[in-house]
Design a protein around this ligand. Structure first.
Ligand SMILES: Cc1cc2nc3c(=O)[nH]c(=O)nc-3n(C[C@H](O)[C@H](O)[C@H](O)COP(=O)(O)O)c2cc1C
Length: 317
């Protein structure tokens, strides 16, 4: 399924969702080999972007040979605009505005999903960012703040009028955080009021989920977040439409993991790169025989060459 986002022609409607602490440059490099429609950066605070510190520059690093999207968060239309311009100058193909983040640190600054409570401010931000860059600007949000304020359809309409080119809905409210199940049916309410593409998001981890989510929402595509943990090939599986028929060649999984590890070390340096890779090893090894023992070993190990040999041994079979 193709997807047009403004003037961008996307080859697949299965996109990697933005995830803080997960969709960093190394992760995106690995995912891109399985041809998602595009890959997302982690959310970047617009104020931090403007100050251009080392961390944000690293977060912005472009994923070459793949449509590369950067997500920004903030609550000041002028600062969001400046941040968007910096992203465009750094080679982003698309900018997404975060109105879905539920964490206290973000919503207390009136950013993320808190913006859904202030439609006037949301409109100012959407217009300001959409008018500041030539690349498409998109919006990611939740159903609403809580069950008494399910205003995603209204904000979607405002967004479309403001020049936003695509909308992604995570089918939960802010107050749900990550509890319950993503409400794919609700996304239809958004799909019905706008002409721009709408994506459905939340809890899509299999082809059965994929088909059900599309059917219930009428959406133009999906964003996949946690379903890609330890399984970056999910995008290829979805493209092939054959989950179990897409078999990794023998040793291919090990090769992917080792490659991911090297990218992590290069990107963050040895110490941080090693520590931040442990969660990925947890996901890659999940539900395999003796994975508890493997995790225990890698969590205690500070030596990169030992980690390499643990990976080699564990994923041999
Ligand atoms: C660890 C983690 C970090 C996340 N960070 C972001 C983020 O930076 N920006 C954002 O819009 N959503 C973020 N999300 C939400 C996901 O993009 C997605 O909407 C949500 O996880 C539901 O989709 P899933 O069930 O496919 O994971 C994050 C989710 C997780 C689990």
């Amino acid at each position: 399924m193709m997807l047009n986002i403004g003037n961008l022609k996307i080859q697949s409607s299965y996109l990697l969702a933005p995830m803080s602490g997960v969709t960093d440059y190394p992760y995106r490099e690995i995912v891109k080999t399985f041809k998602p429609g595009l890959v997302f950066s982690e959310m970047i605070a617009s104020r931090a972007l403007i100050s251009q510190n080392l961390k944000t520059i690293r977060m912005m690093k472009k994923t070459e040979n793949c449509i590369s999207a950067i997500q920004i968060a903030g609550c000041d239309p002028e600062i969001m605009k400046e941040a968007a311009i910096i992203c465009e100058d750094n080679g982003a193909d698309l900018i997404d505005i975060n109105m879905g983040c539920p964490v206290k640190k973000v919503v207390n600054g009136y950013a993320g999903s808190a913006l859904m409570k202030d439609e006037l401010l949301a409109k100012k931000i959407l217009e300001s960012v959409a008018n500041s860059v030539k690349i498409p600007v998109t919006l990611k949000m939740r159903k609403g703040w809580d069950d008494n304020s399910l205003n995603a359809p209204r904000i979607a309409k405002i967004a479309e009028e403001s020049g936003i080119k695509m909308i992604t809905i995570h089918g939960r409210t802010r107050c749900q955080m990550y509890k319950g199940k993503s409400d794919w049916k609700f996304v239809k309410n958004v799909k019905e009021v706008v002409d721009i593409p709408v994506l459905v998001n939340g809890d899509i981890t299999s082809i059965v989920d994929l088909n059900q989510a599309i059917k219930e929402s009428g959406a133009n595509g999906v964003m996949i977040g946690r379903g890609s943990y330890g399984r970056p090939w999910i995008f290829q599986e979805f493209r092939n439409g054959l989950e179990n028929a897409f078999k990794l060649k023998k040793n291919k999984k090990k090769e992917i993991i080792l490659n991911h590890f090297e990218l992590n070390l290069q990107h963050y340096g040895k110490e941080v790169g090693l520590k931040s890779f442990r969660k990925h090893l947890g996901w890659y090894s999940k539900s395999l025989n003796n994975s508890n023992e493997f995790r225990r070993k890698i969590n205690q190990c500070e030596d990169e060459s030992k980690i390499r040999s643990f990976i080699n041994d564990f994923f041999e079979v």
